[in-house]
Design a protein around this ligand. Sequence first.
Ligand code: 2SA
Ligand code: GDP
Ligand code: MG
Length: 422
Amino acid sequence: MSTTVVLGAQWGDEGKGKLADILANESQLCCRAQGGNNAGHTIVANGVTYDFHILPSGLVNPNCVNVVGSGCVVHVPSFFKELEALDKHGLDTTDRIYISDRAHVVFDVHQLVDGLEEVELGGGNIGTTRKGIGPAYSSKMTRSGLRMCDLFDEEVFEKKLRRVVDGYKKRFGDLLKYDVEEEIAKYKELRPKIAPYVVDQVPLLQSAKEKNAKILVEGANALMLDIDYGTYPFVTSSNTGLGGVITGLTLGWRSIKEVIGVVKAYTTRVGSGPFPTEQLNEVGETLQKVGHEVGVTTGRKRRCGWLDLVVLKHSHACNDYTSLNLTKLDVLDDFEELKIATSYSHKGQKLEGFPSNPDVLAEVEVHYETLPGWKKPTTGAKSYYDLPSQARAYIEFIEKFVGVKVKWVGVGPARDHMVVRS
Ligand code: 2SA
Ligand code: GDP
Ligand code: MG
């Protein structure tokens, strides 16, 4: 068995879905290890644009079986909504999508609580997607959550769900506008519908191992949103790095052959939290417009700024990438010059590494290198040497600084807008 892992190296939306779709072509299984339908992965294939949230991007490839792993959280009605959207595009998903029976369930009450918790935080809110991700993982960690396997015994299901809701009622009182009876009734219909999709992931992956299958793991969100190594508390509620892959799936660590970090050629972030290279000026606006930087799940405008190699070095220190996919290089085609952050200082002192304290991060002074732009279109490039020399210099600067090879370069949204280096 050999496993390739695709991980977001910045704050998300680097273009993981596109690389996952390309690599799914040579994989028998595509698995998600963490997160829920907060993720938004856009794939442009055969002239169709697909948006994935909880479903793995391997579904676009008709020969790839897909798994939503134990480390994920699943809002069942949204799962079906996404499947229906794929069906409308004519994509046959029959017998190609399974959910681990250990994955936790996101209920409507979690989504409502997500909103209430954001209101409680006031000006210091996280800027979540309000998909109930944080509350569902909180239920998991306090051992009161329901897993997919809990859906099938009606009596136990009701008892457990009522207990979760009672806890929230105590906390939020009348602010929580939620009818548990309605949710219970909804699951009477959903129960038989979801049953064929729910499997024990452990033997499924064990059998893949025995068959020497090629497995692709599609990371969701990104390292800077990791609950332990990201910009806490402005993060999502799962381990988005390599650690989450190991706990969220049962792959066998020996099988992991590649860990590919997906890096946007500039930086974006959705939601709140410090963002040292953010450009609240014309540069940021141009990146937002040219890069069509709008959230796939919430439709929020993404914050934009220069590429930050302090972030990328930290990300590499956490995930140990074997190679990188630099994406959206084409968005930089019209810039006269480009800036790349190479170090931070705080109160006049140069910082080693990436600060863990968000207040320090919010105050850092960023030091940049300036590189010449190329002022030529890159989207038609088929091989590395089709790229302008300044674009290659930009790529090689990143490689040298981080110490990891850039193996893929994205020069447009479609499948074939990808330069592969040997
Ligand atoms: P949550 O909802 O609890 O996971 O939010 C916590 C933080 O994590 C950020 N987050 C994301 N950042 C980038 N992309 C995400 N997916 C969507 C996309 C986002 C969207 O692909 O565009 O549509 O807005 C994603 N999901 C979570 C979030 O902004 C919070 O900062
Ligand atoms: P993910 O969450 O990492 O899968 O990324 P998203 O799908 O949220 O956001 C990336 C966006 O950039 C999507 O709209 C992709 O279609 C698009 N995209 C991916 N790679 C490239 C690229 O190389 N160039 C351009 N112009 N767009 C790209
Ligand atoms: Mg995204």
